[in-house]
Design a protein around this ligand. Structure first.
Ligand SMILES: Nc1ncnc2c1ncn2[C@@H]1O[C@H](COP(=O)(O)OP(=O)(O)OP(=O)(O)O)[C@@H](O)[C@H]1O
Length: 307
């Protein structure tokens, strides 16, 4: 049996309902709520992410996807414990109240957009920063300088390997800020891989990427999965979602509203509702999002004119 068939078989019996149980979940989330003032950004009752596959997290703007990523990776904290207590478990480890660095060391990492500070560093320096330190490593290394030099050489070699894999090796001494949009996305992904994650969370990996690089980025994401990594990614482009994800989770107004394989979930009425706020007999993949946006803008203007 091919690996792709095995992955599809593992999901065949999974219920297409929000929060459904998976045969081998690497991430399990319970009752996680995050509010900002009066806004409930995230209110996830239960979610399981299957190990070793590519799962897409989709949903309209403001659905809570980025906040959910931040909560999982310790860059934000849940507001309320909810009934029975907020909890999430990654690869057998309970992560509630665990800091971001400690969560990264468990093997769950997310990509970050290149900030201004990182743009002023070279591509290679960015990669070196991505290497995680094992607990106690800093102390051990500072007490024993030869070990530090050995570790630095290893990290350097690994950074060069990854840069070659992502075809960024010729750019290693360039400022990260000088890269094109697509190359930045490659660097963000390569940097996250420096810590040998078990699961990688990508926030809009294709945003701002030109069509030529899109294909290469998609290939990289698939090869991470083929190497045994679990991939969870947020994406607005439905063609990308259809192309590479084996499972799709849909968020709206902080909640998980639908789950299923990419070829069927987008025709789920709950998903269409989430995007359009009304029932439509439409296949989301066929929708023209620019047209929808301009229709929504027109409707808003009409409402404003009507007072
Ligand atoms: N730091 C913050 N302070 C106040 N409100 C916030 C903050 N972060 C997020 N929100 C609000 O929480 C809600 C969820 O936002 P979030 O960015 O998680 O959504 P998203 O699904 O990632 O959206 P997009 O697809 O547009 O990136 C939105 O209403 C947003 O305005």
């Amino acid at each position: 049996m091919s690996e792709a068939t095995a992955r599809a078989d593992a999901l065949a019996s999974v219920e297409r309902t929000p929060g459904s149980a998976k045969p081998d979940p690497i991430l399990r989330v319970d009752k996680i709520v995050r509010q900002f003032g009066g806004i409930t950004a995230v209110d996830v009752e239960h979610l399981e992410v299957q190990r070793g596959i590519i799962t897409a997290l989709i949903g309209p703007n403001g659905a809570g996807k980025t906040t959910f990523f931040n909560l999982m990776t310790g860059f934000d904290q849940p507001t309320s414990a909810g009934k029975g207590g907020a909890a999430w478990n990654f690869n057998g480890k309970q992560l509630t109240r665990t800091g971001a660095a400690a969560i990264a060391r468990t093997g769950m990492v997310r990509t970050f957009q290149l900030t201004k500070a990182l743009s002023r560093m070279t591509v290679l320096e960015n990669m070196m920063l991505g290497a995680s330190n094992q607990p106690g490593e800093r102390l051990a290394l500072s007490l024993f300088p030869p070990a530090w030099r050995k570790r630095e050489a290893e990290v350097h070699a690994k950074a060069l390997d990854l840069l070659a894999r992502f075809k960024l090796d010729t750019k290693k001494d360039d400022y990260a800020g000088s890269l094109s949009g697509g190359q930045r996305k490659l660097l963000e992904m390569a940097r996250a891989l420096m810590s040998d994650p078990t699961m990688i969370m990508l926030d809009e990996p294709m945003a701002g990427v030109n069509p030529a690089l899109t294909q290469s980025l998609l290939g990289h994401i698939q090869s991470l999965r083929d190497d045994g990594m679990t991939v969870l990614f947020v994406e607005h482009d439905m063609h990308v979602v259809r192309h590479i994800s084996e499972w799709v989770v849909v968020m709206a107004e902080g909640r998980i509203v639908a789950e299923g394989p990419s070829d069927t979930v987008m025709s789920d009425p709950a998903v269409i509702d989430a995007y359009l706020g009304a029932h439509h007999e439409t296949d989301l993949a066929e929708l023209d999002y620019d047209e929808i946006e301009s229709e929504v803008a027109e409707e808003e203007q009409e409402r404003e004119e009507l007072g």
